[in-house]
Design a protein around this ligand. Structure first.
Ligand SMILES: NC(=O)C1=CN([C@@H]2O[C@H](COP(=O)(O)OP(=O)(O)OC[C@H]3O[C@@H](n4cnc5c(N)ncnc54)[C@H](OP(=O)(O)O)[C@@H]3O)[C@@H](O)[C@H]2O)C=CC1
Ligand SMILES: O=C(CO)COP(=O)(O)O
Length: 328
């Protein structure tokens, strides 16, 4: 792949638009598929995505279209930026249009509701002959769309593909590390959203900065245990898509997951909120822990809270009053 390849981005939300801005800034022919005609027109005519990125002025050159065929034709790499719970339905409809030689870069952070599949497992069912990679790390769409410095990790089981994609997508303000630890990268991205719900709820309840730090640290211990049980590498969990994204998402109300948790903690309405992937992922993460016999009390408490099985004050009391144990 050379620097003047065609990049196709599927998904005209905040992150898809930001990644299209990154790709065009890095000198690629960049096409963005969005299903909403008004979004397409705003990007093409005004260089804005008002529904998802406010008044940020996008760089020149993104070609947006509702015509997936035109976007995907002769693409050299396809960035899939559709929410985790819509991924199966959306990609099933587009599968025949994706060129066989184009690696699929999954940019969603979640676990499929019902099946418990990681995004790469789900997409391998739909596109069994394509190379699959995942891009994840601490990266707010608004930062990337503005061209602010950002670093992420790109994982593919084939090291050559991961290296080539990292070289292709890196540029003056976007730095990509590569790894073959696909499971580690996907787990970090999906589970930090669940832990951000807990961190936001703690702040929303007014439990203080000490409780917040304890939750994030012990949440990270759960992430470490899950990673170890599922064969992820420790350095991935301690890297950008694990610890890095956990730090970002658990500390900023720019995060939609953290903000959802804040609203939960404050007892505010949870209706009509922006996407918070952790809500659908939490029960799947709790189920994964049950299945593999992994001790993850914070993730379990978030799942129970969202399902209405416990109240927030029950969750806090249960977490603080568990039998004492060594710090592992
Ligand atoms: N925003 C961020 O900072 C980051 C987000 N991510 C991850 O990226 C993923 C997408 O997030 P984000 O872009 O922010 O979400 P948004 O809510 O901003 O946008 C979602 C986009 O997906 C589109 N979409 C939903 N379902 C379909 C479908 N079936 N077919 C085609 N398009 C569809 C929506 O279209 P429509 O508008 O028509 O409904 C919308 O354009 C999530 O998994 C998120 O965790 C990762 C890193 C950073
Ligand atoms: O994944 C993100 C930053 O890395 C974005 O987080 P939210 O989806 O919680 O906004």
């Amino acid at each position: 792949m050379s620097k003047d390849t065609k990049i196709a981005v599927l998904g005209g939300g905040a992150w898809g638009t930001a990644l299209a801005a990154m790709a065009v800034n890095n000198g690629h022919e960049t096409w963005l598929y969005a299903r909403d005609a008004e979004t397409v027109a705003a990007i093409n005519e005004r260089r804005q995505n008002p529904r998802y990125l406010g008044d940020i002025l996008l760089p020149h050159g993104i070609r947006s279209s509702t015509d997936a065929k035109a976007v995907l034709e002769k693409a050299d790499a396809v960035l899939v930026v559709i929410p985790a719970q819509s991924m199966r339905q959306a990609l099933s409809g587009l599968a025949d249009l994706i060129p066989l030689q184009a690696p699929i870069v999954l940019c969603a952070k979640g676990i499929e509701r019902g099946t418990g599949r990681m995004m790469s497992e789900l997409v391998a069912e739909i596109l069994p002959y394509h190379q699959i990679a995942a891009l994840s790390g601490p990266s707010f769409a608004s930062d990337v769309a503005r061209g602010l410095p950002t670093a992420v990790t790109i994982a593919a089981t084939d090291a050559a593909i991961a290296d080539r994609l990292a070289a292709l997508l890196s540029g003056p303000s976007f730095r990509c590390y590569s790894t073959t630890d696909l499971m580690g990268v996907e787990l970090g991205g999906a589970l930090k959203n669940v832990l951000a719900l807990a961190a936001g709820a703690s702040t929303g309840l007014g439990l203080g900065a000490s409780a917040q730090a304890a939750l994030v640290t012990r949440g990270f211990a759960e992430l470490r245990r899950i990673g170890e049980a599922l064969g992820a590498r420790p350095e991935t969990i301690m890297g950008l898509s694990g610890l890095g994204d956990l730090m970002l998402t658990c500390s900023s109300s720019q995060s939609r997951n953290y903000s959802y948790g804040l609203a939960l903690g404050r007892g505010e309405s949870l209706e009509n909120r922006p996407l918070a992937e952790g809500v659908a992922t939490a029960p799947m993460a709790a189920e994964l822990c049950r299945k593999h016999n992994i001790y993850a009390p914070i993730i379990s408490a978030v799942a129970a809270l969202l399902a209405g099985r416990i109240t927030i004050s029950d969750a806090v009391t249960a977490l603080i009053n568990r039998p004492l144990k060594s710090e592992d």
